[in-house]
Design a protein around this ligand. Structure first.
Ligand code: IPM
Ligand code: MG
Length: 380
């Protein structure tokens, strides 16, 4: 293709992206003004996901049914299974969110979601990314705690924009070059900063680490940091520090630094990377839960993937439900059912201490169901 034509095409594509992103900002502005409705019945959507998903979510559902027995009986809580968000169905329909699935999801208030597979290559978008966008789940909250090392971290990862929002919309100029885009909006940054600062205030945390690479990404990350500082003027008790993501990756594994951090606010991609690192420090990515919350909906999921290798090896039933159970604890807390969250946390601790049902992810350990049977016994 001729050079000028290539540039014209890229400019036209870029114009469309800018128009779409400004329209998104306008929707966010409208949304921020619309009031939230109080609900009489909390509907919890249960999504199996793929691979080991149905196994771990199936067991988590048993736990939810037992925990919320009374509420389900008196009609204040409803569990609703959402079918069809499987990789087979997504590939067969060619849709990230097959028809009807999103509507069914929108009838829920909160979701407990198993891992969903994202095929490599092709155009199929990640179901996670699509759901985060469609439900405007702007805050990805990932707590990591390691009491023996004095670590009690809460990551507030911006979940709807940054490097992700146009991740599958980059521009290719012939076979010569490609350009991807990163988007930081003022409203998008304000709301994640506020979510983090409110959390810090409620939980008596003081130290906030704003993690960017603003020395290099001067506009998007520069704005992200500046906006966080502006929002923080409403929270004079908090101490804000700016860190670059590279040195923060090092600090997380530096024992003399790690325990001084409390709350982290980060753009999407840095949050993605550092939370895997942090989960590994806690004991593995299988141990952390992940909350995706917005003003209207909340989605709670295991931080790990669908483990297709375990399915291929025929050991899927040995999958560890730790991460999805932690996600359930976060869901209960988020929905104001903190007493049940506490009951579940205590039962998990008690079951984890029982060597006879230790889950290893392989045949030498307990199955997901055996672990859950014991946990149900330990629920008080
Ligand atoms: C996560 C995952 C997702 C992400 C993938 C599955 C798209 O890694 O939740 O951290 O990159 O956000
Ligand atoms: Mg990730």
């Amino acid at each position: 293709m001729e050079k000028n034509q290539m540039i014209e095409n890229a400019l036209a594509a870029f114009r469309t992206l800018l128009e779409e992103q400004l329209a998104r900002v306008e929707r966010m502005e409208a949304q921020a003004e619309s009031e939230k409705k109080a609900k009489q019945c909390l509907t919890i959507g249960i999504i199996d996901g793929d691979g080991i998903g149905p196994i771990i979510v199936g067991q988590a559902q048993r736990v939810a049914e037992k925990l919320l027995e009374k509420e389900i009986e008196n009609g204040t809580v409803k569990l609703k299974r959402i079918e069809g968000l499987t990789i087979e169905n997504r590939l067969a329909t060619g849709k990230t969110l097959p028809d009807g699935v999103l509507d069914a999801i929108k009838e829920c208030d909160v979701l407990l979601k198993g891992p969903t597979t994202t095929p490599k290559g092709g155009n199929m978008e990640s179901a996670n990314v699509a759901l985060r966008r469609e439900l405007d789940l702007f805050a990805n909250v990932r707590p990591v705690s390691l009491p023996e090392k004095g670590i009690d971290w809460a990551f507030f990862r911006e979940n709807t924009e940054g490097e992700y929002v146009l991740g599958s919309r980059g521009v290719q100029l012939g076979d010569k070059m490609a350009v991807d885009f990163k988007v930081t909006t003022t409203l998008g940054t304000e709301r994640i900063a506020r979510a983090a600062f409110e959390f810090a205030r409620r939980n008596g945390k003081k130290n906030i680490a704003i993690v960017t690479k603003a020395n290099i990404m001067k506009k998007t990350d520069g704005n992200f940091s500046a906006i966080c500082h502006e929002v923080a003027t409403d929270y004079p008790e908090l101490i804000l520090e700016d860190w670059y993501v590279d040195i923060m990756a090092a600090n997380l594994i530096n024992e003399s630094m790690a325990s001084r951090f409390e709350v982290f606010v980060l753009p999407n991609l840095y949050g993605d990377i550092l939370t895997d690192e942090a989960a590994q420090i806690q004991g593995g990515v299988g141990t952390a839960g992940s909350a995706n919350t917005g003003d209207r909906y909340g989605m709670f999921e295991a931080i790990h993937g669908s483990a297709p290798r375990m399915v291929e090896q025929g050991i899927a039933e040995y999958a560890n439900p730790a991460s999805i159970l932690r996600a359930l604890v976060m869901l209960l807390d988020h929905a104001g059912l903190s007493d049940h969250a506490k009951r579940l946390t205590d039962a998990i601790a008690k079951t984890d201490a029982d060597a006879s049902v230790r889950v290893t992810g392989d045949r030498d350990g307990a199955t997901c169901k055996q672990y859950t049977d014991a946990l149900l016994q330990n629920l008080t």
